[in-house]
Write a protein that binds this ligand. Structure first.
Ligand code: PA5
Length: 446
């Protein structure tokens, strides 16, 4: 289902060195498979696809159906980082580009909150909520993250005032730790339906837990097909081989980074629906590998739009880049360019051609130009952008991330650096318990 191709790297790398990195990646594969590496208590995501039951999936769909019977047409999904990006990327990838404008009513509209601290954003979200029939999914593994907690306080108050305390408990679902955290305590107290984020699954690996699956189901998307695709990827990627696409991807990106100074990887797409797949991927690789003073910086571009803004830099700027192109073989819709008798735009040579053919030629032309400009290229291909192939792609990137981070020599499953800003923010906001830190930070900024 997933193909990785490295031809566009061949002129940049020594083949013996590549073999050496494949050997390293195969060792890392064993570490991941045998669960002997750092952070091995966070490997629950590996077996998720095969462990998810039909019963679990129908529970998520039952919530969607219950809300539909109440007339809910707006679900506010509250979460940040790993408690947000998985659901967001699947929804963007599988939605009609203009679903909102077309006012399609197959399911409730899902919007996100708690992924920023903008007052304007929350105020405007409440403008929308005021006009709609609202439910809420609040997601926080720790149950203590400030951004979602602030948003939930506001949304909860709104729902309780609008629908009353009793109905509010039918409109709010919490996804959090099984036992601990403020959100778990509040949910027990208020009687919310809760789902558990497994202890052994980190936020950025949680798209196939309720964290991703419930909001995706609420948006009316096919979670069965998504999981089915991930299952297929799980079984095909479990085979130890130098041709395993996850091994190839991990080996090549580590080789380019460690031996050739390519410190930035750009994930390139040619379909706006993939924009948030790249955002999800950035968190996955950025948090998993960026530590201990090392790591490849994950960046992304959305082509062909960004060829008209970032193309110049990629072609001729600092030579620290390599690209991984997300290639989708077949478009799911058809649009053929017609002839024009006047031909003022001189495009009649394209008459009868599919737009996607032009897109593929732009992709191929860009790949060759960037190789000429000194940018090694890999491609990760899927046949088409549907739920099954997307499920396979997400699992592929997770599995390859584990191999890649172990090849690099870091623990893929911790994120100690995420805490630093929080300490400063709490000190500046004068959170009780942070008095000492407040005094210290004030002295720094005077
Ligand atoms: O990957 C991670 O663990 C983080 O990005 C978290 O997902 C993010 O900080 C949100 O945390 P929580 O779900 O505990 O609110």
């Amino acid at each position: 289902m997933i193909r990785v191709e490295t031809k566009g790297c061949e002129s940049f790398v020594d083949s013996a060195k590549y073999e050496a990195y494949v050997a390293k990646a195969l060792d890392a594969f064993d570490v991941l498979k045998d669960e002997t590496g750092a952070g091995n208590d966070f490997l629950g995501w590996k077996k998720l696809p095969r462990q998810i039951t039909d019963r679990e999936l129908s529970e998520y769909e039952a919530i969607r159906d219950k809300w539909a019977r109440k007339g809910v047409d707006l679900v506010i999904a509250i979460g940040i980082g790993g408690s947000y990006l998985g659901a967001k990327c699947v929804m963007e990838a599988l939605s009609h580009n203009f679903a909102k404008q077309l006012k399609r009513k197959d399911a409730a509209e899902v919007v996100f909150a708690g992924n920023n601290l903008s007052e304007e954003y929350l105020a405007e979200l409440m403008d929308l909520a005021a006009e709609r029939n609202v439910a809420c999914i609040v997601i926080s593994k720790s149950g203590t993250t400030t951004e979602p907690a602030v948003a939930f306080r506001i949304v909860k108050q709104f729902i309780e005032e609008r629908y009353g305390k009793t109905d509010a408990t039918q409109r709010i679902v919490a996804i959090t730790d099984a036992k601990k955290g403020a959100l778990k305590t509040l949910s027990n107290q208020e009687g919310y339906k809760t789902f558990v984020v497994p202890d052994n699954v980190g936020g950025r690996f949680s798209v196939l837990t309720p964290v991703g699956l419930l909001p995706i189901a609420a948006a009316g998307m096919d979670i069965n097909a998504l999981v089915e695709g991930a299952r297929k990827a799980e079984s095909s990627l479990a085979v130890k081989s130098a041709e395993n696409p996850a091994v190839v991807y991990a080996a090549m990106r580590n080789l380019l980074f460690s031996e050739y100074g390519k410190t930035t990887e750009i994930l390139v797409n040619y379909n706006p629906k993939l924009t948030y797949v790249a955002e999800w991927w950035k968190q996955l690789y950025g948090e998993s590998e960026g530590k201990d003073g090392t790591g490849i910086f994950p960046a992304s571009v959305n082509n062909t739009a960004d060829l008209h803004s970032m193309g110049q830099f990629i072609q001729e700027g600092t030579r620290i880049l390599f690209e991984t192109v997300l290639h989708v073989e077949k478009a799911r819709r058809s649009m053929v360019i017609g002839p024009d008798p006047q031909n003022l735009d001189q495009l009649n040579f394209l008459a009868g051609k599919h737009v996607e053919h032009c897109n593929h030629m732009a992709e191929l032309g860009t790949r060759l130009a960037h190789i000429d400009g000194g940018v090694p290229q890999m491609t990760v291909s899927i046949e088409t952008l549907d739920a099954q192939h997307l499920g396979a792609l997400l699992y592929f990137f997770e599995f390859a991330c584990g191999i890649s981070a172990y090849t690099l020599g870091v623990n893929p499953f911790n994120q100690p650096g995420v805490e630093a800003y929080k300490k400063n923010m709490f000190a500046l906001l004068e959170k009780p318990g942070y008095e000492e830190a407040t005094r210290a930070i004030r002295a720094r900024i005077q």
